[in-house]
Design a protein around this ligand. Sequence first.
Ligand code: NAD
Length: 370
Amino acid sequence: MAASNKSSRRNFIRNASLGVGALALGPALSALAMPAGKAKKKLGVALVGLGYYSYGQLGPALLHTKDCYLAGIVTGTPAKAVSWSKKYNIPEKNIYNYQNFHEIANNPDIDIVYIVLPVFMHKEYTIKAAQAGKHVICEKPMALNAKDCEEMIAACKKANRLLSIGYRLHFEPHNMEVMRLGQQHILGNIKKIDTGNGFTYNGDPNAWRLKKAMAGGGGLMDMGIYSIQGARYTMGQEPISVKATQQKLRPQFFKEVDETVFWELEFPGGLKTTGKSSYNNDWSYLKVEAEMGNFELGPAYGYGSIEGSVNGTPMKFPQIVQQAAQMDDFANCVTLNKASRVPGEEGLKDMKVVDAIYRSLDSGKWEKIS
Ligand code: NAD
C-alpha cells in the first residue's frame, strides 16, 4: 500500500512538472519528431455531438489550436451540419451522423474523435471511435460509473489508440501552480483543503442532465468531478475513503439526480479534506492551508477567468483558451505516441471516488474508494 501510494505521488509530481514543460515545449518536441524538412501536420479533430459545449467552447477553441484543427463533425441534426460546415469550412465528406459514424474509419482526414455527448453515450462512442482506428478524447464525467471507464480504457488499449479525458484544467496555469505548490510541499505539508463547485440549474426540466439513466447523477457527476480533482491534484495522492451527505431544496426539479452533495475525503496518512458540489449554488473555489501559509483559487474551475493567490498575494498567470491547450497537447501526444497527461485512467480515478460517494449517500457510512 505504502509503495503504491508513493509511486502514485511520484507520478503526480512527474506529471505536474512535465505539464509545465510540455506546454512550453510541446510544439518544439513534436517538431523534433518530424523528419527533417517536412512540415508538421496539423491533426484533424472530429467533434461528436454539437451541443452547448461544442458550439460555445470546443469549436471556437479549434480556431486557436496550432497542432490540430476542426476537420469533421458528427451530428444528428441536418441544420447543424449546414451551419457548422459553413462556419468552419468542413467538406461534406467529413460530416457524419450517428447511423454512418462507423464510416469515419475510412477517413484519413480524421485523426482524433472528440466525444461531446450526454454521459450515457460516452462509453459506446469512445469504443466505436477507437475501433474505427481513431484516437479519442472523451468529455467528463468519463462514464456512468467506474466499471464503464475500465471497459473504455481496455477497448482503446486493444485498438492501440490513445484515450484522453477533457480535463482542461490540467493545462490551466493557475491550476497547474496549485498542483506544484501542493505536490511539491512548497509551503510545507498540507493541513486543510476545502473546495466546491456548482451552479444554479434553471434550464430545461426535461434535459438529459436531470435524468439518472442519461447523466449517471446530478451536480456531483457534472460539477463535483472538478472539486474531487482539485483535492486529488493538490494532494498528489489518491483518497482512500469517503463519507457524504446531501441536501435537496428543489426536489420537484431534481427528482432523479442529486442537487447538493457534501463530502469528506480521507487521504493516506489520515488528512480529511472537505468538498461539495451543487446544481443549486454558484461555487467555484479551492482553499488550501499548509504549514507555512495558504493558497487558493476562486473562480477555480470554469473556463472564464481563473484567479488565485498565495498568502494573499495574487497569482500572475495569463488567462488562456484552456481547451486549445488541452487539444494541442493531445495532438502532440498522438504525434509522439505518448500517453496524455489526462488519460482514461485519470477519469477512472475520479469515477471511483464518485461511485464511493454515491455508496456513502446510500449507506450513511464511510465507504472505501476502490
Ligand atoms: P448538450 O445537451 O448541450 O449537447 C449534447 C449533444 O448531444 C447535443 O447536440 C445533442 O443533440 C446530442 N445528442 C446525440 N444523441 C443524443 C441523445 N440520445 N440524447 C441527448 N442528446 C443527444 O450537452 P453539453 O453541455 O454540450 O455536454 C456534453 C458533454 O460535454 C457532457 O459530457 C458534459 O459534461 C461535457 N461538458 C464539459 C464541459 C467542460 O468544461 N469540460 C462543459 C460543458 C459540458
